[in-house]
Write a protein that binds this ligand. Structure first.
Ligand code: ADP
Ligand code: MG
Ligand code: MG
Length: 369
């Protein structure tokens, strides 16, 4: 809230920005953190920065979170440098605190961080044309490739069990059993849909345990407005918003992008007949992603991409249904049955993927990279 942001002046004083801070304004359209653009005056002119208050309600351990970001961005910086890129624009760069830490804390206990501002690039909230979806696939594929050799197991889980589908299923079954709001009888068909797929829901985590899928650095918030598009070249320049980087499976990042980007309907569309998987959009994103990955996926990872899409959609539906059963306490709802509508769209999308399974597999097989 505004009171907390009153401490921004204190935070600015604690971070090692170059020059004299002259003004700051709320910036961007992120929903999680409080983001500001800061302008500092230096001998040569103006320098721009991002300063953010980390949302410590969502992220309970900001120190580990910043350790993750510091590790990954310094690794990215080296890789980008080695490949002749511009590390000041192609990755986030932390501006450290004057005491040498990667963040600072104001007297209310809020955590703040600074980043170099990436000039000459823009984030877009909505896909304007299919090309945008392709670009975002390419950016997240490239991110995956650049971090292929990063020791993912050293990353902290900023949100524990985030995509642990079997754990999500256990929580769901407990919610059905408890039926604390007496709603289970309203959703018998949806409960059956979920239980019928319980075994399959564990397949990716099982493959990880068996060493058939590698543990990777995953982004876990692969929205379009988390990539910056270069204003001049129109190319995806940089992946930002690294709060949710965690050890995980590449097919989950891929799958979540498909889940929200290739659905022909809104996530909470009450008329499920409008829900379907757009195969052209699936093809577009897959092409971008595989180009960005440039061969850094194993054969099994590549083959499992459609399963990643299905699992992320299924898991999301299970989470909405769980929240409906528990009385809508986690996801923000703005109408009756909102979570139920959301669960139904996700399950309808799963069902449509099952119908289009062969085509999805074919698209992945046919792509050259
Ligand atoms: P949230 O987690 O709240 O989405 P983000 O880290 O995505 O926060 O930041 C919100 C917005 O601020 C981004 O969508 C982007 O427009 C802008 N932004 C963030 N970091 C930078 C940066 N280093 N340079 C320029 N703009 C940035
Ligand atoms: Mg964001
Ligand atoms: Mg975020």
């Amino acid at each position: 809230g505004e009171a907390q942001c009153g401490k921004i002046k204190e935070a600015i004083g604690l971070l090692a920005f170059e020059g004299e801070p002259i003004s700051w304004n709320r910036y961007g359209s992120g929903h999680i953190n409080d983001t500001f653009r800061l302008i500092c005056k230096t001998g040569e002119g103006e320098k721009h920065y991002i300063i953010q208050r980390i949302n410590h309600e969502v992220f309970k351990d900001p120190v580990s979170l910043m350790r993750n970001i510091a590790g990954v961005t310094s690794f990215l910086r080296e890789r980008i440098q080695a490949q002749g890129g511009d590390p000041a624009r192609e990755t986030l760069n932390i501006v450290k605190a004057k005491n040498g830490k990667d963040y600072c804390q104001d007297s209310d206990g809020n955590y703040w961080r600074g980043y170099l501002f990436i000039d000459g690039a823009t984030t877009y909230d909505k896909v304007r044309q299919p090309e945008d979806f392709y670009r975002s696939g390419k950016a997240f594929g490239r991110f995956k490739r650049l971090l292929a050799e990063y020791p993912a197991d050293e990353l902290a889980e900023t949100i524990p069990n985030f995509h642990n589908t079997p754990v999500r299923m256990e929580t769901f079954k407990a919610a059905v059993k408890a039926d604390s709001c007496g709603r289970a009888h309203l959703v018998e068909a949806e409960i059956k849909f979920a239980l019928d797929r319980e075994k399959e829901a564990a397949i990716a985590m099982d493959m990880l345990k068996e060493g058939r899928l590698p543990l990777c650095v995953t982004h876990n918030d692969t929205k379009l407005n988390n990539i910056m598009i270069d204003d001049v070249t129109g190319e995806a320049l940089c992946v930002i918003d690294l709060d949710t980087i965690m050890p995980g499976l590449s097919i989950f990042d891929f799958g979540d992008s498909i889940r929200f980007g290739a659905n022909t309907a809104e996530e909470d569309e009450p008329d499920v007949s409008k829900v379907s998987l757009s195969l052209p959009l699936f093809e577009t994103y897959t092409r971008g992603y595989l180009e960005g990955c440039k061969g850094s996926l194993t054969t099994e990872e590549k083959m499992m991409l459609p399963m990643g899409a299905k699992l992320m959609t299924f898991e999301c539906g299970v989470r909405f249904l769980t929240d409906f059963l528990q009385g809508d306490t986690y996801f923000h709802t703005s109408r009756e049955n909102h979570n139920l509508d959301r669960a139904r769209t996700q399950f309808a999308l799963v069902a449509d993927m099952e119908k289009k399974w062969e085509e999805m597999a074919e698209i992945v097989r046919e792509s050259k990279k």
